[in-house]
Each structure stands twice: as structure tokens, then as C-alpha cells.
Design a protein around this ligand. Structure first.
Ligand SMILES: [Fe+2]
Length: 330
């Protein structure tokens, strides 16, 4: 099955437009759209949501580099192939750093181009499949969180804030993607904790606390068989470690804690205080900010807390839209 993907060609030369369209049709693709310049292509990216963008570098109105950068910003799963004259190969290589998938030199050799398209198509299908898996994970997490009304939407909120904080910390798009998954499922291990303990209104006994402290290990074990989450395992396992070494499950300290886990930890802590829990109401924002400041170098990574607080308005996600109605009467 090859005709399942949508292609957008950004190219100002009619002859090259024709050549690329023909090469795609030859591979049995039929959902093909053409933009005559970068600006037009950028607008079509948001309206058409193509799976693959094939763009020239030198175009009127907006060049291929700016187009690739802006298109990937608005649609991170887009697969981009750049076509370029020999004189601009260096520029094309630069686009790889932006997340462009491949580039093909002009004049276009049909075989080379078609094999690049096939690789791009395989990658685009992987992205579609991955998004399907993500939807399933979202649904499973929602089911799990419904066991504990106070946690409803927690994974999703932490995952959104984690993505934003990781971007501020300079993480690449690919690494951010993986970290987002880790943040989404970081508490999935709570499925192994009885509801009576999760929802207990009041202090926990030592034994109950010991059980709660096992949830990062349970989360780790649950996602371990999923191949594409393999690199996310340490982020999940260590999301309750503390910079001062007094956290769990392994008591790691400072840089021994993977940075991804430290990022999740800041966002998790913010969301935990910002949400109503069975044992207390939500904490006012001024108080949350004071606590985050105080925990710098103790529970939390000082650099990441500063980065979080400096960009609070564009990172934070409020719990309100996802809170169950029940919370109104707690
Ligand atoms: Fe947790």
C-alpha cells in the first residue's frame, strides 16, 4: 500500500514540479499538492497537514530553510526532504540539524530521488503509527487516572510542561518526543497500588508509604517491554530521585539523575502542588513558587527550576479544565 500518504511539493520551477509529481505518481502516490513558493507552502502545511514535504531551497517569498524550520515547528511529525543545487549543499546539510529528514541534489536523478522518497514515506508511516500508539497510551492513562480523581489529567499536564521545559533546556526535537512519552506514563505504576491507599484522605502509614515509593519501579517494569520507550526508561524510573540524594528508588544525587528525570521532577512537583489532592486543597501559586525556590538544590535541580520559573507563563498548564466536577465539593 503506497497511496496512503499526502505529499506537498514546494518548488518554483514548473519543470521540476512536473518531474517530482511524475516521480511520485510513478510510485503510486496520488495525494500530491504543489506550492509555487515558500510562503504558499507554509500556509498549505497547516491547512493540508501533509505527511511529507519536498522543498526546494531557493524560492521566492520564503526560502526552503525558513520553510522547513517553520513547518517543523508547527508540525513536528512532518517528514521533510530538501532538493538543492550543488552550490547549496552546505545549506542543505544545515537543514538536517533543523530536523530535515533527507536532501537530494539537483539535477534530480530519478532513482536517487525515488529511493529518498521511499525512505521518507517509511518514516512518515512510522510517525503515523507512533501517534496511534500515543492515542492508546493517552486513553490508558486516562483510565488509570480515573481510579484516582485527584490525579485526573496529571500525566498529560506533566507531559506538556515537560516538553516545554526540555525545549527551553535546548533538547532536540527527537529527544523531547521521547521525554514527553516518559512524562505521560511516569505514574503508570500506580496501577499496582490499591485505590484505598491512593485515595486515602490523611497521612499514610510507613508500610503504605513504602508501597507508594515502589510506583516508579512498577512504571519502569510496565513500559520495559515497549521497544520505542527503551531510552525513556531511566526518566521514568528516576522521576522521584532528589538532587540531595534523599529520593527514591535508588537515592541517586545531582548529575547521577538523568536530566530527563530531573525535568519531569520539576513539572511533576509543580503539578502536584497545583492540583487538589485527597489529603489537601490546591496550593496557591505564590506559595508554589516559594516552595520551588526553596527546593533548589535539595529536591530539585536549581538550573531547571530557574528555567521553569523564568518561563513560567509559557510553560505552565492549569489543572482546571481537566479537573473532575467532584473536586468542586472537596
Ligand atoms: Fe510519581
Amino acid at each position: 500500500m503506497t497511496g496512503d500518504l499526502r505529499f506537498l511539493i514546494a518548488e518554483d520551477e514548473p519543470l521540476v514540479q512536473e518531474l517530482i509529481t511524475h516521480a511520485l505518481s510513478d510510485l503510486q502516490y496520488s495525494d500530491i499538492h504543489v506550492a509555487n513558493n515558500g510562503q504558499e507552502a507554509f500556509e498549505m502545511v497547516s491547512t493540508l497537514e501533509p505527511d511529507v514535504l519536498i522543498t526546494d531551497l531557493m524560492m521566492p517569498k520564503m526560502g526552503g530553510i525558513e520553510l522547513s524550520e517553520r513547518a517543523l515547528e508547527s508540525q513536528p511529525d512532518l517528514t521533510v526532504v530538501v532538493t538543492t543545487g550543488n552550490g547549496t549543499v552546505e545549506n542543505a546539510v544545515q537543514t538536517l540539524k533543523l530536523g530535515v529528514f533527507d536532501f537530494v541534489t539537483k539535477p534530480i536523478d530519478l532513482d536517487t530521488f525515488q529511493s529518498s522518497v521511499q525512505r521518507a514515506a517509511a518514516r512518515a508511516r512510522d510517525r503515523i503509527e507512533l501517534n496511534g500508539i500515543r492515542d492508546v497510551i493517552d486513553a490508558l492513562m486516562a483510565a488509570l487516572e480515573s481510579k484516582d480523581p485527584y490525579l485526573l489529567g496529571h500525566g498529560k499536564r506533566v507531559s506538556i510542561m515537560t516538553r516545554r521545559l526540555a525545549e527551553y533546556a535546548g533538547w532536540t526535537k527527537q529527544k523531547v518526543r521521547l521525554l514527553e512519552y516518559a512524562a505521560l506514563v511516569h505514574d503508570v505504576g500506580k496501577i499496582g497500588i490499591p485505590e484505598s491507599i491512593l485515595n486515602k484522605p490523611g497521612p499514610l502509614t510507613d508500610d503504605e508509604m513504602e508501597l507508594i515509593k515502589r510506583h516508579p519501579i512498577y512504571s519502569h517494569d510496565i513500559i520495559q517491554p515497549v521497544p520505542f520507550l527503551k531510552e525513556a526508561l531511566p526518566y521514568v524510573l528516576h522521576h522521584h530521585e532528589r538532587i540531595d540524594g534523599k529520593g527514591y528508588p535508588h537515592g541517586l544525587a545531582g548529575d547521577e539523575i538523568p536530566e530527563g528525570a530531573r525535568i519531569i521532577s520539576v513539572c511533576d512537583t509543580y503539578d502536584a502542588m497545583n492540583s487538589v489532592r485527597s489529603y489537601r486543597p490546591g496550593v496557591p501559586e505564590e506559595k508554589i513558587l516559594v516552595v520551588l525556590e526553596e527546593e533548589k538544590g535539595k529536591q530539585l535541580d536549581a538550573y531547571l527550576v530557574d528555567l521553569f520559573l523564568d518561563n513560567l507563563e509559557s510553560i505552565k498548564v492549569g489543572p482546571h479544565s481537566m479537573e473532575p466536577k467532584k473536586l468542586a465539593c472537596v
